[in-house]
Design a protein. Structure first.
Length: 390
């Protein structure tokens, strides 16, 4: 069922018939009206109809409907004006398709931001019915919204929501899904990312004592793994996502190195790690599940990203580190390493630059990097102080 003939008696019949089955009038060469009928699937599924004055217009309407269905857009809603929810569903379908050009490894974050922040206000709103003031009012509303831990949303979270909204409008324009007015133009949220904190040696000692107690023998596996993961964060400067996705087969005990997936830069990064960090990995192996693929895991071998973040938020207030983020362990690591081996060499450990390429021509680079990771372990209190730290 696709393009049908509409008789003057309002009977609809197939183009293969020369006369109307009801009134027997012959089909006219000119002035014939057509009905386009396209079903979403097989017999019994929802159908979409259009009327056209010429066969060429009918064929064009049929192609448009099929294209909209392929893009997960409701053709009926598109006639009135495509909704932002339909744009998002088309966008996310391609973002999670491994064979699509638009594939994004972080599509789950976009899905979560849409579900938690954008969908309640914009899911059923037509894209052309959203104004600049609507977007500003939405951002103002987010300022009063609380996070899952009962705190106001961070400016960075609100900016992520705005960026997703802007991305949907820009993407729909490139796909010719919606090419009208973009209400997100000239709207921005300023975020001050210069909020990193660095541990002092005495704070590091208090931290290690608290983690040893928190992850003591007899505690649940997830608590012990989280305690080890937090120590590992301090000793390696890796991001939380990199620690929680570190696989056992990516640790080279013989070479004292580990390979992490840098999700931010979408690349693998191999760095040397200190003997103290390797000892933490061995301890995690000894208390963990034999068949688990992740170094730091909980029951059934699952990751501990949310569990580690949640437990750290609870623990930090009890040791005088209120507001100190897990990411601040990375700031601490980078600062301490830089004081020992210099900024350029330290970037080879943090992954902030392409120093790996430069290290191919510097044969002593590996030794310098190892001095850096050893210095962090010493400054944190795993080794005797040499008197040079403050």
């Amino acid at each position: 069922m696709a393009i049908l003939v509409v008789c003057s008696c309002k009977t609809v019949y197939s183009q293969t018939k020369r006369v109307c089955p009801k009134c027997a009038k012959p089909k006219k060469e000119r002035g014939t009206r057509y009905q386009v009928v396209v079903r979403e699937g097989g017999r019994g599924t929802r159908k979409h109809t259009r009327f056209a004055d010429t066969l060429a217009e009918a064929r064009e309407a049929e192609l448009l409907i099929r294209k909209q269905l392929d893009s997960l857009i409701n053709p009926a809603a598109a006639r009135k004006g495509v909704t932002l929810g339909e744009i998002f569903r088309s966008y996310i379908a391609l973002a999670q398709n491994p064979n699509a050009k638009e594939r994004k490894t972080s599509w789950r974050k976009d899905e979560q931001r849409w579900r938690d922040y954008l969908a309640p206000d914009f899911d059923n709103r037509r894209a052309d019915a959203i104004s600049n003031n609507d977007v500003l009012a939405f951002l103002k509303k987010l300022e009063a919204k609380q996070s899952r831990v009962g705190k106001p949303l961070a400016p960075a979270t609100r900016r992520h929501a705005l960026h997703l909204l802007q991305r949907l409008y820009n993407w729909s324009k490139t796909k010719n899904i919606y090419t009208g007015y973009n209400p997100t133009t000239d709207i921005s949220i300023t975020v001050n990312n210069d909020v990193g904190r660095v541990l002092k040696p005495d704070q590091a000692q208090s931290l290690l004592t608290a983690l040893a107690e928190f992850g003591a023998q007899g505690k649940p596996l997830v608590d012990r793994m989280c305690a080890l993961g937090l120590q590992f964060a301090l000793l390696t400067g890796r991001r939380l996502s990199e620690i929680c996705t570190l696989r056992r087969d990516k640790v080279n005990l013989e070479d004292e190195a580990a390979t992490f997936w840098d999700q931010k830069n979408q690349k693998w990064l191999t760095v040397p790690i200190s003997p103290e960090a390797l000892a933490i990995i061995r301890q995690a192996d000894s208390i963990g599940l034999m068949d688990a693929s992740l170094v730091f895991h909980r029951e059934e071998g699952k990751g501990i990203y949310n569990q580690m973040d949640y437990r750290w938020r609870k623990l930090r207030d009890t040791i005088g580190l209120s507001g100190f983020r897990i990411h601040d362990f990375r700031h601490t690591f980078a600062t301490w390493v830089k004081r020992t081996i210099g900024l350029l060499a330290s970037m080879g450990l943090t992954g902030h630059s392409t120093i790996t390429n430069a290290a191919r021509y510097e044969h002593t680079e590996s030794d310098i990097l190892r001095r850096g990771v050893a210095a962090v372990a010493e400054r944190a209190g795993y080794k005797a102080e040499n008197g040079n730290g403050d």
